[in-house]
Design a protein around this ligand. Sequence first.
Ligand code: ADP
Ligand code: MG
Length: 396
Amino acid sequence: MTKAFRTLDDMGEIRGRRVLVREDLNVPMADGHITDDTRLRATLATIGELADRGAIVLILAHFGRPKGQRDPSMSLAPLTAPYSRVLGRPVRFVDWDGAADAVATLRPGDIAVLENTRFFAGEETNDPATIDRFAALGDLYVNDAFSAAHRAHASTEGLAHRLPAFAGRAMEAELDALEKALGDPSHPVAAVVGGAKVSSKLAVLEHLVGLVDHLIIGGGMANTFLAARGVNVGKSLCEHDLAATAEDILATADRAGCTVHLPYDVVVAKEFRADPPTRIVNVYEVAADEMILDIGPAAVESLADVLKNCRTLVWNGPLGAFETPPFDTATVALARTAAALTQDGSLVSVAGGGDTVAALNQAGVAADFTFVSTAGGAFLEWMEGRDLPGVAALKR
Ligand code: ADP
Ligand code: MG
């Protein structure tokens, strides 16, 4: 099947050709050590394939926010050795000064990381001179960094218009999964939207009500919807000023034939700390001095039944304050249900979001979902139905 975007399969013969590959190497560091190398491992498929096909592989990436300054504390040089260990292949480092000469010494199959793209102010402004500077080093361009694709920067978007452009394998997998989840999904489709605040996910909610059959609202944002419906949520996290907005979303869902699921039982506590005394109550029984910190077991059970009847699930945001036990209970239980249905072959499950990924890992089920996106901002913008500039530029 021909894909909507060009992939490595469309590159033809690349032996000896210089391929600029945009990757996301922006890994979390503490005391000079990488604390999570997920992003580095995600590059393996593309970089390995290009090197094996004899390309001269030149990796473009940003690191931190140097704001157009050559800040040595944000150099990619120290990352080269650990990255080389992850790839299991030698990796050279190429500084911006003398980059053309350094690249000219590389042989087919060689891999090099170029210095931080954000050392140029023109990276973030997508400035033609900066695009030229990058483009002069390569013959072809591959974008493999979905997580940076919501930004129209020189290395994420501009280059795709200057050189023949292709999606890398990680980008391709991400786009395929997202297409299956919301582009052209099997119905019924359920969306779980949780997390702290309605205000941070308004556009997501507004987009999803027109697309999905079931909208499951959990987390702190459920409190805002409950309050708008006249429930007294006590001391819970709640955006009372968004009551009218919440009502609008519910009305839109109703018109679109989307069933909205709000919890009818919840877990409450008087203090927000690990293992405080808790009560499980109907939402109408929350006391004035209590906080809703998770959705209740009856709600979870009925949501599990909803998922059993769905073919597709897209999930962003935990159902409760999952970092603090026992308020991870509902998130873990529903995640396990979704994982089991996925393994049975009855559900396509796609999840994303920083805290969501952490919660799925905590539940031990991330690998059992169809796809888990580690892209934060880009995943949310995709859930909002926005065209991501870095992706749009790869379309045929
Ligand atoms: P993601 O990073 O996956 O997009 P969010 O950042 O929107 O998710 O939301 C995650 C946060 O929401 C977590 O820190 C979690 O503790 C918080 N949260 C979820 N439910 C509640 C609740 N009932 N009360 C307070 N905080 C909550
Ligand atoms: Mg978050």
